[in-house]
Design a protein around this ligand. Structure first.
Ligand SMILES: C[S@@+](CC[C@H](N)C(=O)[O-])C[C@H]1O[C@@H](n2cnc3c(N)ncnc32)[C@H](O)[C@@H]1O
Length: 236
């Protein structure tokens, strides 16, 4: 057990109005804006062209291993239709492809993220990924349906929006329900929301199947998880 804060460089965000315990909103953050991610990926794209550095892997390599190992233990078919919501540099999809998964789609509303993901996939020789610029909160009416949706840090980012975060979380939940097949799986990794809070956010239309083990930390005599990883199943 670690006696430290989050080892992934992700601090649990302060809830807004600490005096008001009923508040479930975070302090708005630049991480909740599209401008922030556009600029971040412009820098990362430049750095990838200059040095081959793929940029930040949100929650570290172990966050990808944890999910891939779980999928393999569950004997999830390799051709399962999988959507990575807010794929960023697409490295997680590249790792899934290297593990044999064949039907992989990633969306991001930052076109620079998608450019970066395409450049990295090409360099890695992974040509099967479907990478698209799309806003998960405003999906195209003909958006495909998926067996698995993965979110690593995107629900967190949306929750930090300075503009109507509760409405955006609700939109997120509705889109998720519409793009997942009945019985489909949603695997979410978050550093801002606890297990109880995530279960509450997705209580409508989803049931929690499993919590994936993540490193624990100790702070001020309390033990907690720096990152929460949960698997939900879509209900009718
Ligand atoms: C914390 S980063 C995580 C990136 C990636 N999932 C990873 O694990 O490295 C959040 C990502 O969500 C994307 N994002 C934020 N809001 C989005 C939305 N409404 N639709 C699609 N992508 C979004 C951002 O552009 C960014 O790439």
């Amino acid at each position: 057990m670690e006696d430290a804060e989050c080892p992934h460089g992700c601090e649990r965000q302060e809830k807004a109005g600490a005096q008001s315990p009923s508040s479930d909103e975070f302090q708005p953050s630049k991480l909740g804006t599209k401008e922030y991610w556009d600029h971040a990926y412009e820098r990362e794209l430049q750095s990838f062209y200059n040095s081959g550095d793929v940029g930040e892997i949100w929650f570290g390599e172990e966050s990808m291993d944890r999910i891939i190992t779980w999928m393999e233990m569950q004997k999830i078919p390799k051709d399962v239709a999988l959507l990575d919501i807010g794929t960023g540099n697409g490295v997680f999809l590249i790792e899934l492809a290297k593990s044999g998964f064949t039907n992989l789609t990633g969306i991001d509303n930052s076109s620079t993220a998608v450019d970066l993901a395409k450049a990295i996939a090409e360099k890695e020789g992974v040509r099967s990924l479907k990478l698209q610029v799309a806003d998960f909160l405003h999906p195209a009416p003909n958006i495909s349906q998926y067996d698995i949706c993965i979110d690593k840090g995107t629900f967190d980012a949306i929750s930090l929006s300075p503009d109507r975060p509760a409405e955006k979380r609700s939109l997120y939940q509705r889109t998720l329900h519409s793009v997942l097949q009945d019985g489909g799986l949603f695997i979410v990794t978050s550093c801002n929301w606890t297990r109880e809070e995530l279960v509450n956010h997705f209580s409508e239309g989803f049931e929690m199947l499993q919590e994936l083990p993540t490193p624990k930390f100790q702070f001020g005599g309390k033990v907690g998880n720096s990152v929460t990883a949960l698997v939900f199943k879509r209900k009718e």
